[in-house]
Design a protein around this ligand. Structure first.
Ligand code: PMP
Length: 471
């Protein structure tokens, strides 16, 4: 039901960022997985404000908690202690393995990552930070330094001490990606050790070249060797014994649901620690049950980070972020104080606490696993049907559909073509996202309450949109 009846709305003001769709979509109301625009049109929301509305728009349980808290206490700053913060910090820490037990609150993912960099530098006494190409870690001056995605880089220096290493992209990286696009493709062979969705077998092209792509000869299973070798080269050249931290999202979000080869994070964590750095998992998109099989994305990689940063899904759209780390690292603040006026305010903590309860009570993580697996399986059928769907990947409800000109070249589908399918999907009533290094990947990260029926509706719409484009 759409209860709010707004006045007809016009686009006003240059400050509005309306570039995502050709015509702006003015959203007026939301309920669980549904959104309504100002004309009363209903959309199935499969993007959830970029993986943020974890338990559904205006989820009744969370809304009720927020309403109660609004009448009790909004704000004091963390100069005082209040039960909402204490209880929530304990609840959150109980979901992380020992010794990750010290919680700091912020208002966003960027702030959380800024704080993580600061603590890593203070703790290690080192300065350099390594992130992966294609990563997104935020929009603040420090976090844009961590972010490698060119779309979010500004022509001012913000990356002092920040370095990108190769992204171990199972689909594009092994194929060659941009760094070896021009290399001659010589042989093709099958490899059956797909660590990705397990829904299909990737066909790998092995490229004969004297460049770094030479290592691709070793094949999929030894892909880690290539990435670890690149990291070792960085330690031997750009960042000798100065590493403070290695940051990675367990599944890249803005980068296009990019998944890493098995053991990549494990091997990388080991090397980074040997070199004196700490390992930070950016769970801003992958946390809070989104990946289905685990509550945190890092658990799917069998690693133990030294610090975890989070935001987005933490409070279902209420601005909040957090860093959880060990007591030993937290002590590195020394006499310095971490102060954040709004961070962890009573309202945010009450909302976030209710989000955790709702995920548990309404089995949303389990639903992520079930509907996510269903979507991945069905989307894989579309991938087999259409030449322009190159890859379907992800985990739970963190899904990417990578579009290509054709399966042989794996060249990214151009932006105009992406836009056509994207618009058509919206016109048929489904909102999805876009991402990837070349904007070639559709991103599906809905509220975790979507049903199989919703999934079927999306699959029919997406099938139609791709077919319309092909015709
Ligand atoms: N890390 C990741 C993985 C993200 O996806 C984002 C936001 N897209 C951020 C950090 C930054 O979060 P925020 O926009 O809340 O500052």
């Amino acid at each position: 039901p759409c209860d709010f009846k707004p006045e007809p709305y016009q686009v006003r003001g240059l400050y509005l960022r309306v570039t995502y769709y050709k015509k702006p979509v003015f959203i007026n109301q939301g309920y669980m997985q549904w959104l309504w625009d100002v004309d009363g049109r209903r959309y199935l929301d499969l993007f959830a404000g970029v993986a943020t509305v974890s338990v559904g728009h205006c989820n009744p349980k969370v809304t009720e908690t927020a309403e109660k808290q609004l009448r009790r206490l909004w704000h004091t700053t963390a100069i005082y202690v209040y039960p909402q913060m204490q209880e929530y910090a304990e609840k959150l820490a109980s979901l992380l393995p020992d010794p990750l037990k010290v919680v700091y609150f912020t208002n966003s993912g960027s702030e959380a990552n800024d704080l993580a960099v600061l603590m890593a530098r203070l703790y290690t006494g080192n300065f350099d930070v390594i992130t992966l190409r294609g990563s997104y870690h935020g929009g603040s001056p420090q976090a844009t330094g961590l972010t490698s995605n060119a779309d979010y880089k500004y022509p001012i220096p913000s990356s002092m001490g920040c370095h990108n290493t190769m992204c171990p992209d199972v689909f594009r990286g092994l194929w060659g990606g941009s760094h070896c696009r021009d290399s001659p493709v010589q042989t093709i062979r099958e490899c059956s050790c797909s660590p990705g969705t397990n829904t299909h077998t990737h066909t790998h092209t092995h490229i004969l070249s004297k460049s770094i792509c030479f290592f691709l000869f070793s094949g999929h299973c030894q892909a880690n060797d290539m990435y670890i070798r690149e990291l070792n080269e960085m330690f031997a050249t750009t960042v000798p014994s100065r590493i403070a931290a290695f940051f990675a999202e367990p599944i890249q979000g803005v980068g296009g649901a990019v998944q890493f080869p098995k053991n990549y994070l494990k091997d990388t964590y080991q090397l980074v620690r040997e070199k004196g750095g700490i390992c930070i998992a950016d769970e801003v998109q992958t946390g809070f049950g989104r990946t289905g099989s685990h509550f945190w994305g890092f658990q799917g990689h069998n690693v133990f980070p030294d610090m975890v940063t989070m935001a987005k899904g933490i409070a279902n759209g209420f601005p909040m972020g957090a860093v959880v780390t060990t007591a030993e690292i937290a002590r590195s603040f020394g006499k310095g104080v971490h102060f954040n006026t709004f961070g962890g305010n009573p309202l945010a903590c009450a909302v976030a606490s209710s989000v955790l309860d709702t995920i548990k009570e309404d089995k949303m993580q389990e639903n992520s696993a079930e509907v996510g697996t269903y979507l991945l399986t069905e989307l894989a059928k579309l991938r087999d049907k259409y030449e322009i769907i190159g890859d379907v990947r992800g985990k739970g409800l963190q899904i990417g559909v990578e579009m290509v000109k054709d399966k042989a070249s794996r060249d990214p589908l151009p932006p105009e073509a992406m836009a056509e399918i994207f618009e058509d999907t919206k016109d048929m009533g489904v909102l999805i996202g876009k991402g990837g290094l070349y904007g070639q990947t559709f991103r599906i990260k809905p509220p975790m309450c979507i049903t199989k029926n919703d999934a079927d509706f999306f699959l029919a719409v997406f099938n139609q949109a791709v077919q319309n484009y092909m015709e």
